[in-house]
Ligand binder design. Structure first.
Ligand SMILES: Nc1ncnc2c1ncn2[C@@H]1O[C@H](COP(=O)(O)OP(=O)(O)OP(=O)(O)O)[C@@H](O)[C@H]1O
Ligand SMILES: CC(=O)C(=O)O
Ligand SMILES: [K+]
Ligand SMILES: [Mg+2]
Length: 598
């Protein structure tokens, strides 16, 4: 017996009205509202599935494209997997109970620990030389990587293609739904690649030459090439030159044609292609490089490459305005068969903070790119900027990623500093959607350990905060522009509130485009959210969002049959059990249903 609230026409089967779905999968009830201005709230009882231990034949036949006999194991909104379980869960499972795709890590987690213990904060790993092998990628997926990031500042397209294909293979063979995020190089000023060296050490008091000349052969001693032709012209004697946001500092002492002589004032390690900024009288000089395009010609070629390889997200470096995001989105819409690639705005410049709301509104998500941001605004302003970006994203229902230096010391050491753990905790406590590793996973010595730290700290802080009931219920601004969107939003807000008040085990959301799932995620309910979607690409994209455990499942407009099918499939896999309390919402038939699993 279930209790439900439905926003629908008097007809129990609104799809029989034979009104077309709009191309945006707008729920039928919006149409119904126009025809039948009277909103009805119905309490219906749904007959529970007969809870047969194996799925009925019609379940199998209705699962159309998903009815392959292989069950996939994949994107994981999951929590910790004990190391001795890993070898077990990392193997592909082949079963006859096809029809639902979920990764083995999630499956093991749900079976072992129940719904509530799953991890809500998503984890992103930058892939580099330390993690590009198939087995290394698999270890990261098993360890909880939800998204793999490729930084186009480094590596060749062939190298990136290899990684993308390995991740795809991992998804296909092992059922993961690891999404791929391509991060553009952008055209800010950066150093050259050090002629193949991994790093170079600049000592206090040394004189180094920064030059716009290219080197034919090997790099002359204490010489660094600079990517920006106007560099020697723009800097002035007395300017301060910051490498990587201040990891190393120089003072400009002399200009000789294309060469700029600089005195090292803060020693440190110079890494290939590190970012350069120059400061005059205590503020960033940005008049000239403000003219550089956000998306360079090389970036456009990388974007074409990303479209061809089917990446899930493109993160745009050094976004200055909403215009560039809109431009890229219309390009993608024209080239990539309709909005299948999400555009993430990287907030890492003063301009992006100035135009924050409009940029986030135009994007599909944002990244607090603290590395470069900390080179553009005083470091002590970065935490407040982070808090503001996270809040704006939550308000506008866009996923937000906190990135850079979360566990920087783990590039070299196997344990984090206490300060780093506190920083990770703060990002989790702010309820950002995702945390990102950079050098820690790309070229550090302990990529798996760094991921484990993110995972365990996330789990612990999430649980602590839930137990303490510390989450003040933040009033969320209304964002829906159409009446139908407003209904969806109210349904999701109510479902999340009911879930907390009733202490349910999970919210189930049936969503074709993923929008309804994101609306539930936005409410940050106490219980996990099982997001069922019909397409693999939507499933991967949902893997970036807080609290969503994405499954691929074919379903219909008939919620009763969807629920019965889901219960059967999940029960037969041991992921839910009779008596579990579930709230279900759907974007086909706008409704909320509360029921115990039969
Ligand atoms: N594909 C790659 N190949 C080689 N080294 C890489 C690769 N990706 C990352 N790295 C190394 O890892 C370090 C940190 O990676 P990350 O991508 O976060 O760089 P970043 O310069 O901080 O980011 P961004 O350029 O977007 O601001 C880089 O400085 C580089 O040394
Ligand atoms: C991630 C990134 O681009 C930064 O922190 O600058
Ligand atoms: K980048
Ligand atoms: Mg950056």
């Amino acid at each position: 017996m279930s209790q439900s609230i439905q926003f629908s026409t008097p007809s129990r089967t609104p799809h029989l009205l034979n009104l077309p779905h709009s191309q945006f999968n707008r729920p039928l009830s919006s149409i119904s509202f126009r025809r039948f201005p009277l909103t009805t709230i119905k309490y219906t009882s749904i007959r529970a599935s007969s809870s047969s231990p194996s799925p009925s034949p019609d379940l199998d036949s209705s699962s159309s494209s998903s009815s392959s006999s292989q069950v996939l194991l994949s994107p994981n909104g999951t929590g910790a997997v004990k190391s001795d379980e890993r070898s077990v869960v990392a193997t592909a499972v082949t079963t006859d109970t096809a029809g639902i795709e979920v990764d083995t890590v999630t499956e093991a987690e749900l079976k072992e620990n129940g719904f509530r213990s799953t991890r809500r904060t998503k984890l992103i790993c930058t892939i580099g030389p330390a993690t590009c092998g198939f087995e290394q990628l698999e270890a990261l997926a098993v360890g909880g990587m939800n998204v793999a990031r490729l930084n186009m500042c480094h590596g060749t397209r062939d190298w990136h293609r290899g990684v993308i294909r390995s991740v795809r293979r991992l998804n296909e063979e092992k059922g993961f739904a690891v999404a791929i995020m391509m991060d553009t190089e952008g055209s800010e000023i950066h150093m050259g690649d050090l002629g193949g060296e991994a790093s170079a050490k600049a000592e206090d008091g040394e004189i180094w030459t920064f030059t716009v000349r290219a080197f034919d052969s090997s790099r002359p001693e204490r010489t660094i090439s600079v990517s920006y032709d106007g560099f020697a012209e723009d800097v002035r004697v007395g300017d301060e030159l910051l490498v990587d946001g201040g990891m190393v500092r120089f003072e400009v002492i002399e200009k000789i044609g294309p060469d700029v002589k600089c005195l090292c004032t803060d020693p440190g390690l110079l890494l290939p292609r590190a970012n350069l900024t120059f400061w005059r009288d205590g503020s960033l000089v940005r008049e000239r490089n403000a003219m550089l395009p956000t998306i360079s010609s090389k970036d456009w070629l990388d974007i074409d490459f990303g479209i061809a390889e089917g990446v899930d997200f493109i993160a745009v470096s050094f976004v200055k305005s909403a215009e560039v995001i809109n431009h890229l989105k219309s390009y993608l819409a024209a080239r990539s068969r309709g909005g299948e690639i999400g555009v993430i705005a990287k907030i890492e410049s003063i301009d992006s903070l100035t135009n924050l709301e409009e940029i986030i509104l135009a994007s599909d998500g944002a990244m607090v790119a603290r590395g470069d941001l900390g080179a553009q605004i005083p470091l002590e302003q970065v935490p407040a900027a982070q808090q503001r970006i996270v809040q704006v994203c939550r308000g506008l229902n866009k996923p937000v990623i906190v990135a850079s230096q979360l566990l920087e010391s783990m590039i070299e050491y196997p344990t984090p500093t206490r300060a780093e753990v506190a920083d990770v905790s703060e990002a989790v406590r702010q309820r950002s959607d995702a945390l990102m590793l950079s050098g820690e996973s790309a070229m550090g010595q302990f990529p798996d350990k760094a991921l484990t730290v993110l995972r365990t700290v996330s789990l612990r802080i999430e649980r602590w905060w839930r137990e303490e009931k510390r989450h003040e219920s933040v009033p969320l601004q209304a964002i829906g522009s159409t009446f139908s969107d407003k209904i969806s939003e109210e349904i999701c807000n109510s479902a999340a509130k009911m879930a907390n008040n009733l202490g349910v085990d999970a919210v189930f959301v049936y969503t074709t485009s993923g929008h309804m799932a994101s609306l539930v995620s936005r409410c940050r309910p106490d219980c996990p959210i099982f997001a069922f979607t019909t397409t693999t690409s939507v499933r991967r994209r949902l893997n970036l969002q807080w609290g969503l455990i994405p499954f691929r499942l074919s379903f219909s407009d008939d919620m009763e049959s969807n629920l019965n099918k889901t219960f059967s499939l999940l029960k037969s896999r041991g992921m839910i059990k009779s008596g579990d309390l579930v709230i279900a919402v759907s974007d086909m038939l706008q409704s909320i249903q509360v029921m115990n699993v039969p």
